[in-house]
Design a protein around this ligand. Structure first.
Ligand SMILES: NC(=O)c1ccc[n+]([C@@H]2O[C@H](COP(=O)([O-])OP(=O)(O)OC[C@H]3O[C@@H](n4cnc5c(N)ncnc54)[C@H](O)[C@@H]3O)[C@@H](O)[C@H]2O)c1
Ligand SMILES: O=c1ccn([C@@H]2O[C@H](COP(=O)(O)OP(=O)(O)O[C@H]3O[C@H](CO)[C@H](O)[C@H](O)[C@H]3O)[C@@H](O)[C@H]2O)c(=O)[nH]1
Length: 329
């Protein structure tokens, strides 16, 4: 029984690959390397380079590797880009997911784990957000992912596979053993940007919006450490393979930090000061989003081990050192 991991050469997918390999499981990665890196993968893992919408390639990969499960990470992920290029996002995240699920159904995949997002909730009136809250995405990225959730639910009902949809909140940090981390040179994620500023790899950073209805005026987010998230996938897969029911689960810790608080933590942990510009709001950003995390703990027995913002920032800084040592910046 092998797991097909799409987007496995990316930031989060590569941590899932490590979690599976550490647990002694067989994995094959399908990735077009558009934003991923083959050097993030452990040597024992096969990388098939190609597109998730290439039905022949996907069917052949599933057949040749004897895959029973699919973990679908491949996507475009930047909220403001999705506002600028909605049709590109619907193609990458919705149309291609439809094609992939069709091939998976035809090829006999039994279990699907799907990377969804807190962006499906949009601008919730209260936080933390339970999974039962009505979805109401406010940007094309969130809409593109919500449509995929619906397709997976409908296809599972019609074709008899089981699924876990995981709605990630803000993913951060790196593998504690230094094997992977956020490696995109022009990444837009807050903790990556702030650590690059701390290390002098950027001249300054911007805080996008200080007039939000939050305690300090900057946006609130729930930062989940990437190996804790990978572990959630591993236990979700175990649940499905044991015959467990399909589920939709938030992945977060249930506590929000503001952008300004995160910047302070990066300054404190790195011991470096850097220029922070208070800039206008970025399009598509909700003011605050924090996970209700009771359901994943109850349903999967998931126990996070890295719920500590300082530790997450330290891992992100350590990974930047690794990138420099490996000449990857
Ligand atoms: N990073 C976050 O904070 C966050 C939050 C919520 C949800 N997610 C979701 O998690 C998933 C992974 O995100 P990430 O942060 O690791 O991004 P990433 O860009 O590092 O990884 C995406 C991977 O998918 C590959 N890919 C993209 N399109 C492909 C295609 N058509 N065919 C084959 N491979 C393709 C890329 O090369 C890359 O390796 C995405 O589905 C994203 O929507 C991420
Ligand atoms: O240089 C920066 C980068 C970000 N931010 C702010 O920091 C917060 C977090 O921004 P990120 O870009 O790190 O993350 P997002 O909240 O926009 O989105 C992330 O989390 C979402 C779920 O909450 C989605 O799933 C998405 O894929 C993922 O990128 C936002 O308020 C953003 O405006 C800054 O102020 N300056």
């Amino acid at each position: 029984m092998t797991v097909l991991v799409t987007g496995g050469a990316g930031y989060i997918g590569s941590h899932m690959v490590l979690a599976l390999v550490d647990a002694g499981q067989d994995v094959v990665v399908l990735d077009d390397l558009s934003t991923g890196f083959d050097w993030l993968l452990p040597p024992e893992v096969t990388l098939v380079r190609g597109d998730v919408a290439d039905a022949d390639l996907v069917a052949r990969t599933i057949r040749e590797h004897g895959c029973d499960a699919l973990a679908h990470f491949a996507a475009r992920i930047v909220v403001p880009d999705s506002v600028a290029d909605p049709l590109g996002y619907y193609l990458a995240n919705t149309v291609k997911t439809r094609a992939l699920i069709e091939t998976a159904v035809r090829s006999g995949i039994r279990h699907v784990i799907f990377s969804s997002t807190a962006a499906v909730y949009g601008e919730p009136a209260t936080v933390p957000v339970p999974e039962t809250l009505e979805t109401n995405p406010i940007n094309p990225y969130g809409r593109s992912k919500l449509m995929s959730e619906w397709m997976i639910e409908d296809a599972a009902r019609a074709h008899g596979f089981s699924y876990v949809v995981l709605r990630y909140f803000n993913v951060a940090g790196a593998d504690p053993r230094g094997r992977s981390g956020q490696s995109t040179p022009n990444a837009t994620h807050l903790i990556k940007v702030a650590t690059q500023a701390a290390l002098g790899r950027r001249g300054h950073m911007d805080v996008f919006g200080t007039d939000y209805p939050t305690p300090d005026g900057s946006c609130l987010r729930d930062y989940i450490q990437v190996s804790d998230l990978a572990e959630a996938h591993r236990v979700a897969l175990e649940h499905l393979r044991a015959g467990g029911a399909s589920l939709t689960l938030n992945c977060g810790y249930g506590r929000g930090y503001s952008v300004l608080e995160v910047v302070d933590v990066v300054k404190r942990v790195s011991g470096r000061d850097f220029e922070v510009r208070l800039s206008p709001r970025r399009p598509g950003d909700p003011a605050r989003i924090v996970a209700g995390s009771d359901r994943i703990r109850a349903e999967l027995g998931w126990v996070p081990r890295h719920d500590d913002l300082e530790g997450i920032v330290r891992q992100a800084l350590d990974w930047e050192d690794q990138l420099a040592k490996r000449n990857r910046i």
